[in-house]
Design a protein around this ligand. Structure first.
Ligand code: 5GP
Ligand code: MG
Ligand code: MG
Length: 186
């Protein structure tokens, strides 16, 4: 066991479970977008740095269609564990999305404040369509209503790290998803 593993109280989803679920979502997206791709319509995968980058990298390779990949950085969490509700664009997309199909790859939906802001912002750029694939959705009552077509796992309302998710920029490189020991952030 490495020192980072020792900071994890419980493993929720193993590397294999994540791999399998991401493959399923990729297969579903491949089927869903095949006709649009055949018509020559462009598909762009967008992720919000930095948490969703690992999920999107793996998901992209499970989508057997031509897709662009683009990234945005927005501030929401800082190094704490609760959403601030304050959202600011730190880095915008590199390319235009108007006239393209957008798939937003999210790491985790908690309060939904971040995604609500993002979807409104992206919709104003007139894409052909937008949908969300989130790896995790927290089981919490205080969540904005967001239509997520693809959800990897419905997870408990605990502070989670790994597979892209950090605490104070650590633990993103864990290959599994787990619950951080509360004493680490208390
Ligand atoms: P929301 O705005 O939905 O409350 O939170 C969105 C962002 O907060 C997520 O994309 C993620 O970056 C971060 N976040 C929410 N819950 C957790 C969590 O349990 N662990 C970690 N590491 N980040 C979280
Ligand atoms: Mg995120
Ligand atoms: Mg974070």
């Amino acid at each position: 066991m490495s020192s980072v593993d020792q900071d994890v109280e419980e493993i929720l989803y193993t590397e294999d479970e994540i791999k399998q679920r991401v493959a399923e979502i990729g297969a579903a997206l491949t089927e869903e977008y095949a006709e649009r791709a055949a018509r020559g319509e462009e598909i762009v995968l967008i992720s919000v740095l930095r948490g969703a980058a690992i999920f999107m990298a793996d998901l992209a390779r499970e989508i057997k269609l031509p897709v662009e990949m683009d990234y945005m950085a927005i501030s929401s969490y800082g190094s704490g564990t609760k959403s601030s509700g304050v959202v600011r664009i730190l880095k915008d997309l590199s390319s235009e999305i108007s006239g393209k199909h957008v798939i937003v790859a999210e790491d985790i939906l908690d309060s939904g404040l971040t995604l609500t802001y993002l979807l409104k912002n992206l919709a104003s750029r007139e894409p052909l369509s937008i949908e969300v694939a989130t790896l995790l959705r927290k089981n919490t009552k205080a969540q904005a209503k967001i239509d997520c077509k693809h959800v990897g796992f419905e997870c408990p309302d605990r502070f989670i790290v790994g597979y892209g998710l950090d605490y104070a920029e650590k633990y993103r490189n864990l290959p599994y998803i787990g619950v951080l020991k509360p004493e680490i952030y208390q």
